[in-house]
Design a protein around this ligand. Structure first.
Ligand SMILES: O=c1ccn([C@@H]2O[C@H](COP(=O)(O)OP(=O)(O)O[C@H]3O[C@H](CO)[C@@H](O)[C@H](O)[C@H]3O)[C@@H](O)[C@H]2O)c(=O)[nH]1
Ligand SMILES: O=C(O)[C@H](O)COP(=O)(O)O
Length: 314
């Protein structure tokens, strides 16, 4: 482990109990910060209702921590929307957010769109397939953002059982994400649950990041946040145990491929989201830096362009 990571674990890795609710509520009152909670949901009628009801009861009705509770429906074919609305969430269908840009399949797509459907200064994402949900997932991740102005992104960490086996969950995390992170982004090696779907961030950071449309979104967010705000602005909080609906190994293989591809793109691209070149010009005051964007846009092969193909047919 890098020395920097050892230091980070000592100063940026907390437990939900480290910030009592009254302390984070006082910080929220003082700063006037607004908090949005977003649940991305694709066919989650079995679990979304309990999660929404728990957050509503604990953090909207009992105390004023959450200002906006939104379920973004990722084109579900079950009763996800009805169940979420009945439990007290505002429900928005992904196709109704930014209709000018047709939506594609994937979790990252709905997280990206959710930024347009919410207005909080802090946005907290919570998966909609969690079982035995506790509102500690929200208070734990939102707390440091309210109390510590230097923090920009907070991931939840937890034990992950697989069925009845303690500690065996998170198969893609252990077999794909953790090895990739340790080998290529060792500064991020202190994250216990880098792929976890429960985290909170400042809108001012989220709005500057690109979002892969699928399951690459969490790895991308960590890497791109590291290179945007630095390791010291990232943190993690222990919130206990997380149980969720486990996908089968073929589905996880597809998820792993997406995550690998997300890493590949970032390795090829280097650290900068938008690469820049700084050159120097001699002036009367000395060497003055001048920064320019580097061209990276690539047009797709012309054979993929509809107008070109129809011209060939004509
Ligand atoms: O097209 C999709 C796919 C998923 N989801 C929702 O996203 C959440 C997480 O999806 P899930 O299929 O349960 O992911 P996991 O198998 O649990 O994958 C883990 O690893 C992924 C990759 O980092 C993360 O995106 C997940 O949050 C994390 O729980 C759930 O609420 C889904 O309903 C969508 O909204 N749209
Ligand atoms: O985060 C992960 O690694 C995947 O969601 C798989 O988790 P599971 O092995 O607990 O189903």
């Amino acid at each position: 482990m890098l020395e920097e990571v050892e230091g980070w674990l000592g100063t940026r890795s907390w437990h939900v109990a480290d910030r009592p609710l009254h302390q984070i509520l006082a910080a929220k009152r003082q700063s006037g910060t607004k908090v949005s909670v977003v649940l991305p949901a694709l066919n989650e009628e079995a679990t979304v209702g309990d999660i929404v009801a728990t957050i509503r009861r604990d953090l909207v009705e009992q105390v004023p921590l959450v200002d906006e509770l939104v379920v973004v429906d990722s084109a579900s074919t079950d009763r996800t929307s009805e169940v979420a609305a009945a439990a007290g969430a505002k429900v928005v269908h992904r196709d109704h957010i930014l209709p000018r840009v047709p939506a594609v399949r994937g979790k990252g797509e709905v997280l990206w769109r959710s930024l347009l459907a919410t207005s909080g200064d802090i946005v907290c994402f919570i998966d909609a397939d969690l079982r035995d949900f506790s509102s500690d997932f929200v208070t734990g991740t939102v707390g440091p953002l309210l109390t510590d102005p230097g923090i920009s992104l907070v991931k939840a960490m937890y034990d992950r059982p697989l069925g009845t086996e303690a500690g065996q969950g998170g198969r893609v995390t252990e077999l794909m994400a953790r090895p990739l992170i340790n080998l290529h982004w060792p500064q991020l090696a202190g994250f216990v649950q880098p792929l976890g779907g429960e985290y909170a961030a400042r809108r001012s950071l989220l709005e500057r990041l690109p979002f892969p449309v699928g399951y690459g979104v969490e790895l991308a967010m960590l890497i791109d946040s590291l290179h945007t705000v630095g390791l010291d602005a990232l943190a993690q909080v222990d919130v206990g145990v997380r149980k969720h609906r486990n996908q089968d190994s073929q589905a996880l293989g597809r998820m792993a491929a997406t995550i690998y591809r997300t890493a590949q793109l970032r390795l090829a691209r280097g650290q900068m989201i938008r690469p820049l070149i700084t050159q120097f010009e001699r002036t009367e005051e000395g060497f003055a830096p001048r920064t320019h964007a580097v061209d990276t846009l690539e047009r797709p092969p012309m054979a993929e362009i509809l107008e070109y193909r129809s011209r060939e047919v004509a």
